[in-house]
Design a protein. Sequence first.
Length: 212
Amino acid sequence: MSLNLQQIIYQNIERYSVFNLSVLNSYFESTFEPHYPKDVIFFINRLFLDLLQVKIICGSDNSMILTETKWNNEVYVWGRNNNGQLGLGDSKNRNTPCKFHFPAEQGIIKEVSFGSAHSIALTDSNEIYSWGANAYGQLGLGIVGSLTTPHKLTFPVDVGNINMIACGGNHTMVLIHKNEVYSCGSDTSGQLGFSDIGNLNTPHKIPGIFFA
């Protein structure tokens, strides 16, 4: 009986994360060769690979691989974790990739930025989550002290769509769709963009910034 290509594609897309691409050729040979010519097999093979997007993010001493398809999202982290910057719920270092479990109800992680020892993530539901070192308020949560799991960052006002996130060593910046920039964290060298305001543990809009 002929296989339903669409059904196979939808049901098996999760097989092709960055850590199991090595099984791709053998899977296609055993699944498709008895039923389809070589050129069709090659086309489907390329389709799976084109649907998979892989991002690599490096911090000062930690690393992340983010794999994404239309149906699936997987995140793997490893490296230094003394402040919980890997988001695994503890402060133990990891020397091999560990799967980062982000609750599905909180959305799919689209972008990540690492500071010296803190992490910021932007989801497809337009929300920011932060974790890791927080001695200067760089997580933007209104508190200080390290956190080993992601916590949702909120703004004092409705900022609309978030375009970009970025981390410095001990501070965080957020660009929103109105072309306004918010910052929080350490201000030891004026990096938050204010005049002698000191450290901030919640995001504040930087005055005087306008993009045409």
